[in-house]
Design a protein around this ligand. Structure first.
Ligand SMILES: Cc1cc2nc3c(=O)[nH]c(=O)nc-3n(C[C@H](O)[C@H](O)[C@H](O)COP(=O)(O)OP(=O)(O)OC[C@H]3O[C@@H](n4cnc5c(N)ncnc54)[C@H](O)[C@@H]3O)c2cc1C
Length: 354
């Protein structure tokens, strides 16, 4: 982090097991930040700023230093949400030197649905108008889409004194799903998201259904952007299924001339393929699930492994798909001692085993 870290905050957490929790923090954040661990102290550095966490007796002493007030709030929320997540059912006390609650989250952007259209038989694009699209240009490309119940005046989330998000409840409860901002039109102040219409027998699919049924004028909010910024690399392997296709397409479009991109994308069949463009050299291979032999498993994983094996260790490996596939690729890259800074491996959805 080069910018001055002028905005500071301290916190104190009392978990059941402070050392174990520091371990969980380090293991999780290594995917999102530079993590330096030295015995009982961990320092996490990302573009939000610096978080240092020290174990002292049974507590965690937390110091946040960020370049902006907004980054400080986001950093506090991220740490608070994760600490409570890691605590699970165990009790956790968390307090901050500034614990002012907020009526509205700082990184929330209200948007209005303008139109929706099928761009392939199973991919539906929804375009939104948004007063300020600048936060969505370049950099991070993922958001949490917040949708209020039909006909309900939206109540958007704020911040609790402990830093966690205060989600509206009861009739004001929001549908929350993570998506990729696929396109940004600065002049028209428009954004779009591509929603896979994934079939789930007998199970509700609220995110996909929103895109299928939405009408112009519907109010939503976009929380973010965050997570998944443009890899800083000359050579990249992009691999994933349809849920990752919007992110793959956007990365391909945004990487500069001179980049070498290879993509392996799994879709249902030929009509689901999309035209991808890039200023760099782009080689796309489509895998069609409908052509796999009955009972075939792990084809995307195997094809990705083969491609990685043929590449130099400097190649950035970007992989996003179902949770089990992601676990397999993580283990494979770990086995090859692929540099963690040279990879983005994230699960975008989880198969229902029921
Ligand atoms: C960082 C990130 C970016 C993402 N970007 C996009 C994007 O741009 N476009 C997009 O379409 N998705 C994207 N996803 C994936 C999306 O968030 C999930 O697919 C989400 O579960 C969809 O919500 P839902 O309400 O439709 O289904 P859910 O209510 O979450 O799940 C209902 C059922 O559908 C199954 N299911 C969920 N997703 C899929 C899928 N992709 N394929 C097959 N079955 C599925 C579940 O196993 C479950 O049985 C992204 C996820 C992440 C983490």
């Amino acid at each position: 982090m080069t910018a001055a870290q002028e905005f500071k905050l301290t916190g104190i957490a009392f978990p059941t097991d402070a050392v174990a929790m520091l371990g969980e923090v380090c293991e999780h954040f290594v995917e999102h930040a530079d993590v330096q661990r030295n015995d009982d102290v961990a320092v996490l550095t990302s573009k939000l700023g610096t978080v240092s966490i020290r174990v002292k007796a049974d507590k965690l002493l937390i110091e946040l230093a960020c370049p902006t007030a907004e980054a400080l709030l986001m950093s506090r929320t991220s740490i608070a949400e994760h600490l409570f997540y890691f605590a699970g059912e165990d009790p956790l006390e968390l307090s901050w030197s500034d614990s002012t609650p907020l009526a509205l989250l700082p990184n929330i952007h209200e948007a209005t649905v303008l139109r929706s259209e099928d761009i392939t038989p199973r991919m539906r694009r929804v375009t939104f108008s948004c007063a300020d699209v600048t936060p969505f240009i370049g950099g991070d490309m993922h958001v949490r889409l917040l949708v209020p119940a039909k006909g309900r005046t939206p109540v958007w989330p704020g911040l609790r004194p402990d830093g966690r998000v205060a989600w509206p409840e009861g009739d004001d409860e929001l549908l929350v799903r993570v998506y990729t901002i696929r396109t940004v039109d600065i002049d028209r102040r428009e954004l779009s998201i591509d929603f896979l219409q994934h079939p789930a027998r007998g199970v509700k699919t609220p995110g996909a259904d929103f895109a299928r049924d939405v009408e112009p004028g519907q109010s939503v909010a976009l929380l973010g952007p965050g997570g998944g910024n443009l890899p800083d690399t000359q050579s990249i392997l992009l691999a994933g299924d349809e849920s990752a296709l919007p992110a793959i397409a956007r990365i391909a479009e945004e990487l500069p001339a001179g980049s070498r991109l290879q993509a392996i994308i799994e879709v249902l069949d030929g009509p689901e393929e999309q035209q991808l463009s890039s200023a760099g050299s782009l080689d796309v291979r489509w895998l069609h699930r409908c052509d796999y032999p009955a009972g075939a498993k792990g084809t995307l994983v195997e094809e990705t492994k083969k491609a990685v094996a043929l590449m130099g260790s400097e190649t950035f490996v970007w992989f996003a798909a179902e949770k089990e596939d992601v676990r397999a690729i993580r283990a494979f890259l770990k086995g090859r001692q692929h540099d963690r800074k040279n990879m983005y491996v994230a699960w975008y959805w989880e198969r229902d085993h029921d």
